[in-house]
Design a protein around this ligand. Sequence first.
Ligand code: UD1
Length: 401
Amino acid sequence: MKIMTVVGARPNFMKAAPIIAAIHEHNAQLAGDPRGSSREIRHVLVHTGQHYDQAMSDSFFADLNLPHPDVYLGVGSASHAVQTAEVMRQFEPALLREQPDVLIVVGDVNSTIACALAAAKISFDSSGRRPLIAHVEAGLRSFDRAMPEEINRILTDHLADLLFVTEESGLRNLAAEGIPDDKVHFVGNTMIDSLRAYEKKAESSTILSDLKLTVDGPDCTAIPHYALLTLHRPANADNRDVLLSILDGLEELARECPIIFPAHPRTWHRIQEFRLDTRFHQSTAASGDSERRGGIRLVKPLGYLDFLQLMKHACLVVTDSGGIQEETTCLGIPCVTVRENTERPVTIEVGTNVLAGITTTSIRDAIRRQAGVKSTGAVPEKWDGRTANRILDVLIDCFDT
Ligand code: UD1
């Protein structure tokens, strides 16, 4: 069997890495078995280059032990239509050349829909042979079609032959859209496989001391003391009034402890454009006591291990990211999501997440309610670090019969 996996943007890397690791492990187990070579899985990794710089891409390959991509499309940033079209244009020849049996796409970014769409219409021969399209993280719905990711999710799910679902809401959503049950597999969350695999290694990150985020506790122990913020959704970052109302909602928290804000490039550009720089401390390390006490500290985007370590020891996380709602749920860290909806309702039902909306008062109130909330330790079903193996078992079954 030949599998091709596509990654393109930052949130794809930690979802794909465990599947690639499981393929390598499968092949390693076959080594020495005389009949093993026929069951060996050949793997091709494609990076579309939707995200392309050190901070948004390269550092994740290093931290997650991802192999060097076999195919790099170098697509880069552009409008949605141009970026999607460019991925399709460049991906099609690679697909024709490699002719995989299975194409794995993950998540909901433009690279996901672009590659699924190219594969759905390809023919490798006159019989119309094409790869099976497997969508990892299928079925999530925010029911908000103003989000580009929601369009990508719906379309990718309707093109896919195998739909790998992370939480029960996904099963209901796909059934409601008429997707046949036999295409759908509830396997859990590969992003959590990565979290469990790298949690220990992240402890060796020096980010807490680099940013001077500890205070002295009893017996001279260093106690982490900070909150963490991420914002990158166009609906939040691209509108000055919305961005300001979110920052105002964080003011009370920022008086109690430093808020570390690793800003996505989109948000960074907007902060400059809207002349909001004065609302932040901009430094890589705390230079004085005032920064230790509070304020929002703008830092460059962080690598996977540094960010995981920061999440794990934060008193609270405020975010508009999808994946961070899931990661904080597993880590038991209170999370305030600055959005009106979430496509990941299990993080609210089982986890530590609340939806705050985007007004100053609703954010401030949600932060007050969440401060000091203790996790029950509950984790969503099948978020156990073994999802990639379940996915591989399904793929192997498809080709054994
Ligand atoms: C994309 C995804 C979003 C995901 C997010 C995570 C889509 C529709 N959106 O949004 O689902 O949550 O990634 O990061 O696919 N930039 C850099 N360096 C890079 C990449 C981007 O500086 O390596 C800059 C671009 O120049 C652009 C901005 O970041 O100004 C936005 O990048 P883009 O890929 O268009 O969308 P994201 O907002 O990152």
